[in-house]
Design a protein around this ligand. Sequence first.
Ligand code: HEC
Length: 735
Amino acid sequence: MNYWKYALGSFFTLLICGATFQITTDKDTDWPKYGGNSAGSRYSELTQINAQNVRQLQVAWSYDTGENNNPDGRGNDIQCQPIVINGVLYGTTPRLKLFAADAATGKQLWKVDPFSNPNVKPSFHPVRGVVYWEEGNDKRILYSVGSKLMAFNALTGDPIKSFGENGLVDLHAGLGDSKTLGYDVTTFNIRSTTPGVVFKNLLIMGSSVSEGGDALPGHIRAFDIRTGKLAWVFRTIPLPGEYGYDTWSKDSYKKLGGANCWAGMVVDEKRGMVFLGTGSPSVDFYGGDRKGANLFANCIIALNAETGKRIWHFQTVHHDLWDRDIPCPPNLITVTQNGPDGRPRKVDAVAQATKDGLIFIFDRETGKPLFPVKEVPSPKVAALPGEAPWPTQPIPTKPAPFSNQSFTKADMSTISSESSAYALSVFEKSRGGQKNLPPSPEETLYYGIGGGAEWGGSAADPNGIMYVNANNMLWLLRMQATAAQKNTGALTQGEKLFTTNCAICHATDSKTTNAANTQAYPNLKDVGKRLTKQQISTLIETGRNRMPSFQHISKPDREAIVNYLLKTEAPVKTDDIHQVTAVETKKGNLFPYTPAYQNRGFSQFRDPTNYPVIQPPWGTLNAVDMNTGEYVWKVPLGEYPELAKKGIPTTGTENHGGPVVTAGGLLFIAATYDEKLRAFDTKTGKVVWEYKLPAGGFATPITYRVKGKQYIAIACGGTRYDLKPGGKYVAFSLP
Ligand code: HEC
């Protein structure tokens, strides 16, 4: 035994007769990256807090960002999973300020406001984390706000002026030039909600773009962290002549976007490979102008991290018509499987949980599925005119799906007679049941539009067990011919702009939804009763939470939209008829694109008392043995106390935010509607500790050790699901 190593403060592993003992020392343990490490494991070796003592956990400190105290009760959520470097915690506030705090006390060391730089326009959106990079004494924190990527000195919070242009890199870089595309990419909205990953001196970035006709392409870019210079681009929507170009319509690349990685990536440093998942192509729900499988949308992609060259890819949804983005980073995981000689062997794999409840797992080097994948025929049902649904979709033979796939009348809620009557009335008049029905003008019920798995991601332990939290929620979707097709006559400027830019998320009539179930995307019918003209105009400019910012819409056009919403718009002029472009484009330009059909709002299917209208569980936590593809356990996640009081077994709740697993045999997760942070026993799935947070923890916790003490910390920004806002980070430790 090497006692020196022990004395020096690192940990080592003893192997005796196949049993593993881990001896850890007093060394501080950081949480250096989003997802915990390059593999995105959300796993820690720490054991100080364990199943025996977890009940003694108490609040060690809380850091108040001083934000989200608005008297109107509205706020910006905090989805940030902070990082800890050398005992300093770095995170973001609801209004996207960057701060550093002592990870042992929560005492603020510095804080910077990105909007104090006049070149960063106010824009509010989720920021899920920040990135640390160092080279000698040069220590940097990088994160992005709106279309700007920024670098700061990690010790002082001072901007790194030599990075990009005066400390800023524009995320429009590398998306394409107007000669090739026919439009100027810099006019349109891009941001990055999940941090990029570091490989050597490169920051590899995804993006979040519109899902409508103004969606920019979601190309993957790498920037040199020392200079901010663009290092490489991998085009997820190929140009003529590039691999995959023939899986689209001829001119798709000039008018469509998306196929972006908004959910984050992981890196195999040894192999020099980066792994990521992409979202659906634009526009969501209609693919008449993108005939084909649409590579590299909805793909798990392995790239050479140094060059951006594709190594392999696997498409999880062909020609997506359901917005089934890959919603979280993949997990690098090592599993044991029988080799060709029948003997067990270790396989370095990459696993991906999906929005529609599946887990795919591949050999990391070759992309070969470790459990066979079947192409299952799609329902033979008429689609919208011009649409060509793909005839099959891939389903892994193992593991079984972790969230609901299809439904019948028997799956409608029975939690109360009121709920049941409402559920059946909507069920009877809607289309639905089968998973891959093409969208239609009839109201259709789907699983998976809002996940299944979500952006919090999955945890994976060294034994090959994956931990996935999931949602079972039905969504209602109804398609409508756009004004261009409708030929119903004149539209005002405000309605035109609203139809092109806003109607995919917002309804303005009372038909689509009952009042209670509009919380995911507010119905704007009576918005004038809640907000002033100025408030609506500012919101369009800055965005908030999942509402994008529309900085390319000019002030007069914003006013037209507001007047349309408040019904104070002047009548239409005849020469406006049939024009539905959001921005006046030069002759011949196809962008922004107007699809023949688009969704007219979509919403969660909830009953008049706001519960999901299907049988529970509505939220679950799953432990899946990826060696065998079998479930270790599956339990409901979260509860409604008022339903529990009535004797209804734990229902689980909708959940957003991920898990963290420790060698102490614990899994920590908040994410639920009941605003609790819970610890689960990883062997049994039993709740062994819970704590009501000051506001909902819609973020992923972290764990780390400073000065011999292990902490669990989480951001409590609330705000989601119409819950109260909060502005704190809270850390727990043993007494
Ligand atoms: C991608 C979906 C999406 C698009 C597109 C979108 N919004 Fe929103 N919008 C949202 C969400 C989500 C919220 C709730 C924001 C929150 O949680 O703070 C919201 C909130 C709002 C609100 C506040 C509602 C209230 O009751 O407080 C207004 C007004 C609004 N949006 C107007 C617009 C307009 C006008 C457009 C088009 C220019 C637009 N939105 C485009 C998703 C969207």
